[in-house]
Design a protein around this ligand. Structure first.
Ligand code: NDP
Ligand code: OXD
Length: 310
């Protein structure tokens, strides 16, 4: 009944300590530790080597993702068939992402970059900005992360709308959904925030055609996935003035290559996929709760729908 762990970025010691405390009855093993692969029933992973799960673990029952996004896992053509993937839903991700979205929405809203440029040039000049109720913010995705960010933005009194796959009713948020909802959502959005999963339906969505439907000079924040955006189109939209600024936490190639022109663009803010990081303590509590459900003969929560891709 072993759980196998793989991540190049999450600390094994932290996760092992927390999981041992929460579910001492489940033996833990690191990916490269010697052991009986046939005893492995659970895997807890971030970006494992492709094809390996199927090749090594014949009795795998559940794949738990260390991240909320499961696109890299689902993209593996050799992902074991019929083994459910469970995504990470936990508090540290929610709190971290809401901090990131509030920070960068306020920076765009208050034109903070221009004020900082002025400081460097020793220019004393007021820049008047509308107040939050007169700033129309649009959230693409209103799930675990977008939902909490929407609550924070409405608490700051922004005029918030959402765009989702299925219809959603959220207090204080104007809801749009589906392909027919996209154009009216974009037409009213001055700060666009992408918190979508990367799926067949969302790949390349943040493109020239989409930016053209925003009011001129709109700001963009993408903390969903790099595959949502066409990077050349972002640069072109910044050059033409269709976008005023872009804040990007995610990229089609990560780490972002040193020669990528986004690095040095004066109106691009780059963060290294650290908008929100899974917490070892809070994440392990969630995984443990799900493992206990499985041991009790129940289904874990937050199983990914393979057809929807999230
Ligand atoms: P959820 O699955 O909880 O929510 C996804 C949201 O996206 C839902 O509102 C869903 O609509 C909407 N959506 C999905 N497909 C479409 C579509 N085709 N058209 C319109 N809306 C769509 O995801 P989370 O909120 O937990 O996370 C979102 C993404 O954030 C993750 O998939 C991951 O890629 C990224 N992420 C980034 C991090 C970072 O540090 N940068 C950290 C963690 C996650 P509906 O409500 O109708 O289902
Ligand atoms: C992600 C995560 O999905 O870090 O990006 O959880």
């Amino acid at each position: 009944m072993t759980l196998i762990f793989y991540s190049a970025t999450d600390r094994w010691d932290d996760w092992a300590d927390n999981l041992r405390r929460e579910v001492p009855e489940i033996p833990l093993r690191r990916w490269d530790d010697p052991g009986d692969d046939a005893a492995v029933r659970f895997a807890l992973l971030w970006n494992p080597p492709r094809g390996e799960l199927k090749r090594r673990f014949p009795n795998l029952e559940y794949i738990f993702s260390l991240g909320a996004g499961v696109d890299a896992l689902l993209d593996d053509p050799d992902l074991p068939t019929g083994v459910p993937v469970v995504r990470m839903v936990e508090e540290a991700l929610v709190v971290g992402m809401t901090e990131y979205i509030a920070l960068h929405t306020l920076r765009l809203h208050r034109r903070q970059r221009e004020l900082e440029d002025q400081q460097r040039a020793r220019v004393w000049q007021q820049i008047a900005t509308p107040l939050a109720p007169d700033r129309r913010v649009g959230l693409m995705g209103l799930g675990m992360l977008g939902g909490d960010a929407a609550r924070a933005l409405t608490a700051l009194r922004f005029d918030v709308a959402s765009w989702t796959r299925t219809a959603k009713e959220t207090p204080g948020v104007t809801g749009f959904h589906g392909s027919e909802g996209l154009a009216p959502f974009l037409a009213r959005t001055e700060i666009l925030i992408a918190l979508l999963p990367l799926t067949n339906a969302t790949r390349g969505l943040l493109s020239r055609a989409l930016f053209a439907q925003l009011p001129r000079g709109a700001g963009l924040i993408n903390a969903g996935r790099g595959g949502l955006q066409v990077e050349a189109d972002i640069l072109a939209a910044l050059e033409s003035g269709q976008l005023s600024e872009a804040v990007l936490d995610v990229f089609s190639t990560e780490p972002l290559p040193a020669d990528n022109p986004l690095w040095s663009h004066p109106r691009v803010t780059i963060t290294p996929h650290n908008a929100a990081l899974t917490g070892a303590a809070s994440g392990a509590r969630e995984v443990a709760a799900n493992l206990r459900r499985v041991l009790a003969g129940e289904q874990p929560r937050n199983i990914v729908d393979p057809a929807a891709g999230y």
